[in-house]
Write a protein that binds this ligand. Structure first.
Ligand SMILES: [Zn+2]
Length: 134
């Protein structure tokens, strides 16, 4: 069963995927996913938050291999990583099968999967494309 592509992702003109987050005008906190009510750090209201594009690149902080989960996709086993994005927020994401051996401290890059894939974005240790620095 496929899931709709969330509106949290986009592709730049050179094909590099990015995430859509928010930056607070008061305290500069960057959030992903966007906060629905306002800034969790300083309490600024939603109208004080700006949408920002976040590079889909960062550093692995933790990894775990999933052997059982409640959905059929992605098929098990797969590897999930906690990644601190270069633009600030930490997110959990699925790594490509080729990057299943990733370790804490590895640089990873987002790659867009086909539109009906789940998840629509995975991370890999290989450089993802133009516009993303190593
Ligand atoms: Zn704030």
């Amino acid at each position: 069963m496929s899931q709709p592509r969330p509106e949290l992702l986009g592709n730049s003109s050179d094909g590099t995927p990015f995430l859509i987050g928010q930056r607070c005008r008061h305290c500069s906190r960057v959030a992903f996913p966007p906060d629905p009510y306002g800034c969790e750090a300083c309490g600024a209201l939603i109208d004080q938050l700006d949408c920002v594009e976040l590079r889909a690149a960062g550093v692995v902080q933790a990894v775990a291999t999933v052997h059982r989960h409640h959905r059929e996709v992605p098929p098990t086993p797969f590897t999930v990583a906690a990644i601190v994005l270069d633009d600030g927020p930490l997110l959990k994401a699925v790594l490509t099968d080729q990057s299943a051996g990733a370790q804490v401290g590895d640089r990873v890059y987002g790659i867009a999967e086909p539109p009906d894939s789940s998840p629509p974005l995975r991370f890999t240790r290989e450089h993802g494309g133009p516009g993303v620095d190593r």
